[in-house]
Design a protein around this ligand. Structure first.
Ligand code: COI
Length: 359
């Protein structure tokens, strides 16, 4: 029997939904009325409940605040053109969360429990789901150490929460394509590190180089490998793809980049559409050379928040590589339309990636 069979539900007295401007959704919040919560204590997950979204009470000595033992996920629910609610590939997020937990010494959550918890919070918050293409209810599961201690060791108590938030585009819509600074000083991860885990520290460590990139006028950082500062890794908020001379190339998974759920979907859909997709190491020099020879046709990122986002500029060592005149190329656009079409129920979902809720 699932531990969610005794899920307790406490509803808010008054929803904040009406105060949200659905004509101006970005990726900045707000969070919706309720959140899912459960605790790991005495060696098991317990006390599952859906409760009003509210501040937590945390002791100053909480281990997460000091040592960052926390992991999170990101997935989305959509209101389809048939008015049905679809959640995109929660099984993949459940699996990645398990892997992140293992790397961070956090107790794992059963995939079935994870998926059911996601479904239950989305059911409760269904009126918060936006309806327009490019918008969704973003789902943010997180687990953190919830014990007060000073030693550097895995905690004995944890808290899992699932928050939701109506969101629009992750990137500023006034820019037609994402601009990247290729970072060749700071690195995001190294072999044997936590690069493949979705853990808070990876994101904290990216903030300083990202701030420097923004000062130089670029929206995001394109990370290179942590050993040679030569091979392309990812963007932090998305995995990266290049269309070069008729082939699609994306960095292979070597334990240093996030195994993106949208990355996986993009590879499958492109291959089904007849594209040759190659997962391999790709040096930044190769991109520079392809651009110089006029063979760099498109570049795009793939991520849950970013969806499929065209990349228009990559700045490397003071030179700018321009891609497709800063516009979304045909492959990028096709992929965006295809993925969002599946998520909105406009086209067939042959892989059954979407879980359609019966609400
Ligand atoms: C996501 O795409 O869901 C992420 O977690 C990336 C984050 C930087 C918004």
């Amino acid at each position: 029997m699932s531990i969610l069979s005794d899920l307790q539900i406490e509803r808010v007295a008054h929803s904040r939904r009406e105060s949200v401007d659905y004509d101006a959704l970005s990726f900045a919040g707000p969070f919706s009325d309720h959140m899912f919560s459960m605790e790991w204590e005495a060696g098991r997950w317990q006390n599952p409940r859906i409760m009003p979204y509210a501040p937590l009470s945390i002791e100053p000595g909480n281990a997460t605040l000091h040592y960052g033992q926390s992991v999170f996920e990101g997935l989305k629910a959509f209101r389809g053109v048939d008015a049905k609610v679809r959640i995109f590939r929660p099984d993949r997020n459940a699996e990645r969360l398990r892997q992140s937990c293992e790397r961070l010494c956090i107790p794992q959550v059963d995939s079935g429990v994870f998926i059911e918890a996601v479904e239950r919070i989305v059911e409760i918050e269904k009126d918060w789901i936006p309806e327009r293409r490019g918008e969704s209810l973003y789902i943010r599961p997180l687990i953190f150490a919830d014990e007060t201690h000073l030693e550097v060791r895995p905690s004995l108590r944890y808290r899992m929460l699932i928050l939701t938030s109506p969101v629009g585009s992750y990137f500023d819509r006034s820019s037609p394509a994402v601009t990247l600074k290729v970072e060749d000083v700071y690195t995001r991860s190294a072999p044997g590190g936590t690069g493949a885990a979705k853990t808070a520290g990876n994101y904290a460590a990216s903030l300083y180089p990202a701030a420097l990139a923004r000062e130089e006028g670029y929206m995001q950082v394109l990370w290179l490998d942590g050993v040679e500062h030569r091979y392309i890794e990812e963007v932090g908020a998305m995995n990266i793809f290049f269309s070069i001379d008729g082939k699609i190339i994306t960095p292979e998974l070597r334990g240093t980049i996030l195994p993106g759920v949208t990355r996986d979907a993009a590879i499958a859909l492109l291959r089904e559409n007849g594209h040759e997709v190659i997962e391999r190491r790709i040096a930044i020099d190769e991109i520079v050379e392809a651009s110089q020879k006029g063979k760099l046709d498109e570049a795009f990122g793939a991520g849950t928040a970013a969806v499929i986002s065209p990349v228009g500029t990559m700045a490397y060592r003071g030179e700018e590589i321009r891609v497709n005149a800063n516009a979304s190329g045909p492959t990028t656009q096709w992929l965006y339309d295809r993925i969002t079409g599946i998520q909105l129920g406009e086209v067939d979902d042959p892989h059954r990636w979407c879980r359609v809720l019966s609400i």
